[in-house]
Design a protein around this ligand. Structure first.
Ligand SMILES: [Zn+2]
Length: 64
């Protein structure tokens, strides 16, 4: 089940949601203010920027 991170455009609150098939992004409600203006935050996978944080090798040779 994919978990997505969202940020509320109204209050800036960040929260995570498990999206089920058929769920609509437009129906996401901020747990902080109840606002429905949330944008998806795309969190980069670990190690995508240069070196791996776990083993410090370059991302191309790291598979952890
Ligand atoms: Zn909010």
């Amino acid at each position: 089940m994919p978990i997505y991170e969202y940020r509320c455009k109204r209050c800036g609150n960040e929260f995570e949601l498990i999206m089920f098939a058929g769920d609509d992004d437009n129906d996401i409600k901020c747990p902080g203010c109840g606002g429905k203006k949330a944008e998806k935050v795309l969190s980069a996978p670990a190690g995508s920027n240069g070196s791996c944080q776990t083993c410090s090798s370059s991302k191309s040779s790291c598979f952890t």
